[in-house]
Design a binder for this molecule. Structure first.
Ligand SMILES: NC(=O)c1ccc[n+]([C@@H]2O[C@H](COP(=O)([O-])OP(=O)(O)OC[C@H]3O[C@@H](n4cnc5c(N)ncnc54)[C@H](O)[C@@H]3O)[C@@H](O)[C@H]2O)c1
Length: 327
């Protein structure tokens, strides 16, 4: 593909989330194929996107040499086989999170992408949210001081999934951000939870992570909760910051607040409280930014950071799942 040509894209999976991806890729690329196992979805999308070809046969999509990239928005257990087939067919791949349910499977995908010089980008939407990018900027600039604790709240009495538990469905978002902010090896991972509604599918999960330097992280993940929360809190040694996706105007708040020992206090701790402020956050649609990022990776060449970060997320999910299953 030359820089002034549009990327030719095929999308598989046209459900609840797939329709948002199709809208963006239709705006930004030449959306050539739409594929879904359901005849009803095929009919609906054929009407909505008359310029695209619609099929239920993924092999037909992969056989088209004009297709540069494949977007995968099917249920999680199908991600690995579909992404593997697309990479083997020489296509760049954008795959919804997480691309695989096992570290070994994710390593296989990374190996295929590396061998073929192909982009493999997991759809970790939150990483493209301007509010999360502001948190990253606050951490990297040193404004918060040394980061001590990061914790996430992702709760809601909402869509109750039957094929993914709260860790895999909700936790994957927070994990991607926690690992972005604390770029260290996980040395301890534990998770406790319970399946109250569907046997074997935990609706409520509490996770704890400890990193190599002693920083810690926590996640409360649940769809059995009265509060709708989409919040990440970063406790730095000098300041603290909160990203709250439920807030319309103040997505990020920085608290100039920290414990300190005055020189005349004989070692006692007290709290220093200064200003609280909300930096301006762009209201650009994170999903559009994410799709644009994928297109840039394909057209400008790329170093593989996104897929290696995705591998670390799957590694953390696997560690937490082992703990959850033993609890
Ligand atoms: N990034 C986000 O914020 C976000 C939000 C919601 C969902 N998701 C992810 O998007 C993916 C899809 O979720 P959803 O809620 O849209 O699910 P969904 O069940 O609404 O849609 C899945 C679609 O895939 C089709 N499908 C299943 N297997 C297929 C196959 N082998 N070949 C072709 N089509 C197949 C189904 O017919 C269905 O239309 C999941 O991985 C989910 O984790 C991401």
């Amino acid at each position: 593909m030359s820089s002034d040509e549009k990327l030719t894209v095929a999308q598989v999976g046209l459900g609840y989330w797939g329709r948002n991806l199709a809208r963006n890729f239709d705006d930004l690329t030449d959306l050539r194929w739409l594929c879904d196992a359901s005849a009803e979805r095929q009919e609906e999308f054929a009407e909505r996107y008359p310029d695209a070809r619609v099929t239920g046969d993924f092999a037909e999509v992969l056989a088209d040499d004009d297709v540069d990239a494949v977007v995968i928005a099917t249920p999680v257990p199908t991600h690995h086989p579909l992404a593997k087939a697309a990479l083997e067919a020489g296509k760049h791949v954008f795959v919804e999170k997480p691309p695989a349910m096992r570290v070994a499977e994710m390593e296989e995908l990374v190996g295929l992408a590396e061998a073929g010089g192909l982009v493999l980008m997991p759809g970790h939407l939150l990483l493209y949210h301007p509010g999360v990018q502001k948190l990253k900027e606050l951490v990297d600039s040193g404004e918060l001081g040394d980061v001590l604790v990061v914790y996430g709240n992702r709760q809601n009495l909402g869509v109750i999934r039957k094929d993914e538990n709260a860790l895999w469905s909700l936790g994957v978002h927070d994990l991607s951000v926690i690992l972005l902010l604390i770029q260290e090896e996980i040395v301890e991972a534990s998770a406790h939870g319970h399946a109250f509604l569907t046997e074997g599918v935990e609706d409520v999960v509490f996770c704890y992570l400890r990193f190599a330097s002693g920083k810690i992280a926590h996640m409360h993940l649940s769809w059995l909760d009265p509060h709708k929360m989409r919040r990440l809190t970063v406790v730095g040694r000098d300041k603290m910051a909160v990203f709250d996706d439920m807030e319309l105007a103040h997505k990020v708040t920085v608290y100039d607040k920290a414990p300190e020992q005055a020189s005349d206090s004989y070692g006692e701790w007290r709290t220093r409280t200064g200003d609280t402020f909300s930096p301006k956050i762009s209201n650009a649609e994170p999903l559009k930014l994410e799709c644009q990022h994928f297109i840039r990776l394909v057209s400008d060449g790329w170093n593989g950071r996104e897929m290696r970060d995705g591998l670390e997320v799957v590694r953390a999910l696997e560690l937490l799942t082992e703990s959850l299953n033993g609890s």
